[in-house]
Design a binder for this molecule. Structure first.
Ligand code: COA
Length: 386
């Protein structure tokens, strides 16, 4: 193929059996299971296993995996010391990328990716997977305390993944409803076929770089506002708009200036993102309990959706996963600049599933290009140049 397609739109870059999207119908499935059923019935831990191993685990398998996650939550003190040297004004995604990359120095051992049987050490691959998923949430939660000048709480083994994350993040006993909502948010963000950050997992993984480098590369890719960074932008946008009566003027002025409305549109979905539908229902559920704080944000968001439907539906632009998630995180007391880091915590499961799939049938990525520069020519000495 010599035709160049900007953004590689529609170009298959891999074969995968991890997840699938029907963008016209608004369907997302992990390993064949519709996202709605997973959100309703599964847990983040079980969804991780489904993504990683390709099947729903038995009771015993889930218990073992969960226990391994619980046992791996603690990070070395050196990592905490390193994080204390980061500027408190640094963005959590840059902190996360740096901290995860540094894990490779504190927990070395990717030798088994460099031998003749490069990708055959399944034990190593499983261990790395557990270590990274378990520690991602610890690092994000620790940072919330460290950047505010406090010592973070230690992880707790008696709590599930979502509960422990909320406990470590807020320092308070997790509210059961909010812990359940965090669990569903983690499931919804865990995987999404071959998007930009997952593509970077495949590219970095294909060089047999360490899994820490692979995940650090993906975190960097996710951080941009056209990808994971949009959830923070949505909340800031809703706060800037302030109330439903200002929505129409705001949206029209953005569209006139050819600017994007955050949380709207998706390369794959030409209808409302199924994850946005689930999140909207969760927002409504939380509204019943905590109506006072959320009302203005939610009402503004619903009006943005309505006005955008009127202005943008003909382009297939509808709310995506980032549109409602921030409203929920805001209700949990999580600051907006941490939203993308939470996305990364969840997505580490999908990234690692793709890393494993890549290693199982690896060939280094080396695409080609359409050269648009000068033809080969002779070097011009500096005194002859005009
Ligand atoms: N607000 C306003 N218009 C939008 C829009 C948005 N959020 N998203 C897409 N459009 C419009 C584009 O302006 C374009 O219009 P045109 O054909 O008149 O030029 C058309 O819809 C196609 O959009 P395009 O940007 O080419 O689609 P893409 O597939 O390259 O980009 C996104 C997809 C997600 C990057 C894009 O929709 C976007 O920037 N959304 C906002 C950021 C966001 O929420 N990202 C999170 C994704 S999960």
């Amino acid at each position: 193929m010599s035709e160049y397609l900007p953004g590689l739109a529609g170009v298959p870059a891999t074969k995968s059996n991890i997840s699938d999207i029907d963008g016209e119908k608004g369907i997302l499935a992990y390993r064949g299971y519709p996202i709605e059923q997973l959100a309703e019935n599964s847990t983040f831990e079980e969804t991780c296993m489904l993504l990683l191993d390709g099947r729903l685990p038995t009771h015993k398998q889930l218990e073992d995996f969960d226990q391994r996650l619980r046992n791996n939550r603690r990070t070395q003190f050196h990592i905490r010391d390193l994080m204390k040297t980061f500027p408190s004004t640094g963005h959590p995604m840059e902190m996360l990328q740096t901290a995860v990359a540094s894990l490779g120095m504190f927990y070395p051992g990717n030798e088994c990716l460099t031998g003749a049987d490069a990708c055959g050490d399944l034990n190593y691959i499983h261990n790395m997977t557990v270590k990274i998923i378990a520690r991602m949430s610890t690092i994000v939660a620790m940072w919330e305390h460290l950047r505010n000048g406090y010592e973070p709480p230690e992880p707790r083994k008696d709590l599930n993944y979502a509960e422990n994350f909320l406990y470590m993040f807020t320092g308070k006993e997790p509210d059961p409803l909010m812990a359940h909502i965090m669990d569903v948010c983690l499931i919804l963000h865990a995987e999404h076929t071959i998007n930009a950050s997952t593509f970077s997992v495949l590219v970095t993984g294909s060089t047999l770089a360490s899994p820490y480098s692979v995940i650090a590369a993906a975190i960097g890719t996710l951080s941009g506002p056209l990808h994971g960074g949009a959830n923070q932008k949505v909340l800031e946008m809703l706060q800037e708009i302030g109330s439903p009566d200002k929505v129409e003027e705001y949206v029209d002025s953005k569209l006139t200036n050819k600017e994007k409305i955050w949380g709207m549109g998706h390369r794959e979905y030409k209808t409302k993102d199924p994850r946005a539908k689930i999140l909207e229902k969760l927002v409504d559920k939380v509204m019943d309990v905590h109506s006072s704080n959320m009302n203005p944000l939610l009402e503004t968001a619903k009006m943005v959706e309505k006005v955008c439907e009127d202005r943008l539906a003909h382009k297939g632009v509808y709310p995506n996963v980032d549109f409602y998630s921030g409203i929920l995180y805001n209700e949990m007391g999580i600051p907006p600049d941490q939203y993308t880091a939470i996305f990364a915590v969840a997505r580490s499961a999908g990234w690692l599933a793709h890393w494993r799939e890549q290693l199982a049938d690896n060939r280094i990525f080396r695409p080609t290009q359409v050269y648009t520069g000068e033809p080969t020519r002779d070097y011009v000495p500096i005194e002859l140049r005009s």
